[in-house]
Design a protein around this ligand. Structure first.
Ligand SMILES: Nc1ncnc2c1ncn2[C@@H]1O[C@H](COP(=O)(O)OP(=O)(O)OP(=O)(O)O)[C@@H](O)[C@H]1O
Length: 275
């Protein structure tokens, strides 16, 4: 039986390479996010997760390869955190009107979507970590995004706070059909909340559904067999064999094996997302 054709990706990277000065931090990374998918990028510190997100957002230009976005793509971006100066009082309601003024009705609907109904009069500086992330999410949702991009959105939250936030992301996806691409260290929750997981370490080590990835040797090398092992992340030894293709997950190449397609330009800030 033939499968229905998959929808085109909203955003994709084709063999991108990123260099900072003389150092290549991403090599030949390819990925695509389709409508409605939740895709999570995991990997050790310094493995290039934020760099990949920034390249997809068009903030930095790849030295090789390209980024493609669907025409007119609406992206909602959530930074890791927002530091609010307590000496600059601003209410949650006003925050939602920065930089573009929104009606009370739209602001109220956005707050209701993230569980902050009726909280518009609260001071931003007084919000808890979880409320702050919800506030950022509410603001991102105001642009009616087709894809949300989140960079470690639950850093600093306790475990119930993390789990609540990921549940909320899933609820929003179920209600709106938006796609989600996020970077996370929170493996235990990420595995449950993602349709697809990508393990990055300068290149794509392995990727697939959480079930496939959790049994991949590369994933186990990162996180250990009994995966609450976020600590193992920091001890990852990059010792797996790249010579054989695997059945269930794709493979990239080592960042230091300079394959075709990468020039030697350093990453530059860029206003465009490539071709
Ligand atoms: N602007 C920059 N200039 C030079 N090197 C950079 C720059 N930004 C990142 N790097 C380096 O590129 C590598 C990848 O960094 P990146 O922040 O993308 O990793 P990450 O996986 O998001 O890390 P973390 O989990 O610690 O946030 C690191 O070695 C980092 O030091």
């Amino acid at each position: 039986m033939s499968r229905a054709p998959q929808p085109a990706p909203l955003i994709s990277a084709q063999n991108i390479c990123i260099r900072y000065g003389g150092t290549e931090v991403l090599h030949n990374v390819s990925l695509g996010v389709r409508p409605g998918e939740i895709v999570t990028i995991v990997g050790p510190n310094g493995s290039g997760k934020s760099t990949l997100l920034r390249a997809l957002l068009g903030i930095i230009a790849p030295a090789g390869g390209g980024v493609t976005r669907a025409p007119g793509l609406r992206i909602g971006y959530l930074p890791q955190r927002l530091s609010i100066d307590p000496s600059m009082p601003i209410t949650l309601r006003r925050f939602l009107s920065l930089p573009l003024r929104v009606s009370d009705q739209r602001a109220g609907a956005a707050l209701a979507q993230v569980g902050l109904e009726g909280k518009g009069a609260l001071q931003m500086a007084g919000l808890s970590g979880g409320q702050m992330q919800r506030a950022l999410l509410a603001r991102a949702l105001l642009s009616d995004p087709q894809i949300l991009m989140l960079d470690e959105p639950t850093q600093g939250l306790d475990q119930p706070g993390e789990a609540d936030f990921y549940r909320l992301i899933e609820e929003v996806r179920a209600r709106t059909g938006l796609a989600v691409l996020m970077v996370s260290h929170d493996l235990h929750v990420v595995m449950a909340a993602s349709d697809r997981v990508i393990c990055l370490n300068g290149h794509i080590c392995c990727e697939g559904t959480p079930a496939v990835v959790s049994t991949a040797p590369e994933y186990r090398a990162l996180f250990g067999p009994g995966t609450r092992g976020a600590l193992a992340l920091y001890r990852h030894e990059h010792d797996h064999d790249h010579s054989e293709p695997h059945d269930h997950h794709s493979h990239g190449h080592h960042p230091h094996d300079h394959g075709p397609g990468c020039s030697h330009n350093a990453a530059q800030p860029s206003g465009k997302a490539g071709e």
